[in-house]
Design a binder for this molecule. Structure first.
Ligand code: TPP
Ligand code: MG
Length: 344
């Protein structure tokens, strides 16, 4: 396992032993439920894909749930989120309707992009979610642009711009870093380092694998975070957002995480062993971790946790049914919502 991946330090911190990361009962239960919703939603999406109800690309977020949920916990209304194609979990964390997200996956009119965007192209400005982008690293410049707009409007908002370890090697990331620091833009760059870019490990593709150091030559501070620990994510995100919001410019958070499933839906997975995946699932799972904390504190017993799971499963089953029965878009929709009137 890569540097910083042992998880033990993160676990101790999450237990509040060093006084940094703690959460009350309601908060912890909410993080648990929100992460479980993403997991069950993604499991169901995988099934629908297998049944032929979803076509094209479909990148599941299973294993990385603590990141979207932990950052969401400290976001203020109006703070933007923008990410790549591994986006379903972010949309759910932002509060988008699971029905609309699932129906977009099945290409139906009830989907959030009216069935014309699919897995990688969903947006909801009401939920402060700006996509959903298929060009690796492309969203980083757009996220810096959102931050530029925030600064220009002096609205006190922060852009949370997510990208992967593979995207971290794209040139435009560094053009964006330069301008973001030069103009002190309110942006938090969240790198979801899940150790792999499609079929390539970070060790094989990166000369410097400590991605939080990638901002050093621009003067952007960065830190490594246990991305499997929702409380560590939340606390690091709070600190980074305060930095950005108070006019000090961008901040980089490297979230150490892991994706359990294949890159997309067909993945021969020759680049890692089954044992490696099993080991992470067994020892570092972000949902199991919160479950342990809840039990340790006596805040939820097995029956209470099962009830949450049942409630979440019901939401997901309802979303899947909606996604299966919503009609396909009318041919007349082919040219609608392609362009938009620019605001004056
Ligand atoms: C500019 C560009 N190059 C290549 C691709 C093909 N591609 C899609 S995903 C991906 C890997 C990116 O990995 P990472 O940034 O680590 O994100 P993850 O899939 O792990 O979430 C590649 C190379 C693309 N979509 N866009
Ligand atoms: Mg990756």
């Amino acid at each position: 396992m890569a540097r910083g991946q042992t998880g033990e330090a993160g676990r101790r911190k999450a237990n509040g032993a060093d006084g940094n990361a703690a959460a009350g009962k309601d908060e912890l239960l909410k993080y648990y439920r929100d992460m479980l919703l993403i997991r069950r939603f993604e499991e169901r999406a995988g099934q629908l894909y297998g049944m032929g109800l979803i076509g094209g690309f479909c990148h599941l977020y299973i294993g990385q749930e603590a990141i979207a949920v932990g950052v969401q916990a400290i976001k203020e209304p109006g703070d933007q989120v923008i990410t790549g194609y591994r986006d379903h979990g972010h949309m759910l964390a932002c509060g988008m309707d699971p029905r609309e997200v699932m129906a977009e996956l099945t290409g139906r009119a009830g989907g959030s992009s009216k069935g014309k965007g699919g897995s990688m192209h969903m947006f909801s400005t009401e939920a402060d979610f700006y996509g959903g982008h298929g060009i690796v690293g492309g969203q980083v410049s757009l996220g810096a642009g959102l931050a530029l707009a925030n600064k220009y409007r002096n609205n006190g908002k922060v852009s949370f711009t997510y990208f992967g370890d593979g995207a971290a090697n794209q040139g435009q990331v560094y053009e964006s870093f330069n301008m973001a620091e030069l103009w002190k833009l309110p942006v938090v760059f969240v790198i979801e380092n899940n150790q792999y870019a499609m079929g390539t490990s970070i060790e094989r593709s990166s000369s410097e694998t400590r991605l939080h150091k990638r901002g050093v030559s621009f003067g952007i501070p960065g830190e490594e975070v246990d991305g499997m620990d929702v409380l560590a994510v939340r606390d690091a995100a709070r600190k980074a957002a305060e930095h950005a919001r108070s006019g000090q410019g961008p901040y980089i958070l490297e979230m150490k995480t892991y994706r359990y499933r294949g890159h997309s839906m067909s993945d021969p997975a020759k680049y890692r062993t089954r044992e490696e995946v099993d080991e992470v699932r067994k020892t570092r799972d972000p949902i199991d971790h919160v479950e342990e904390l809840l039990e340790q504190h006596g805040w939820a017993d097995e029956a209470a946790l099962k009830a949450i799971d049942a409630e979440v499963k019901k939401i997901v089953a309802d979303a899947a049914e909606f996604a299966r029965t919503s009609p396909e878009p009318e041919p007349s929709e082919l040219y609608t919502d392609v362009y938009t009137e620019a605001a004056q």
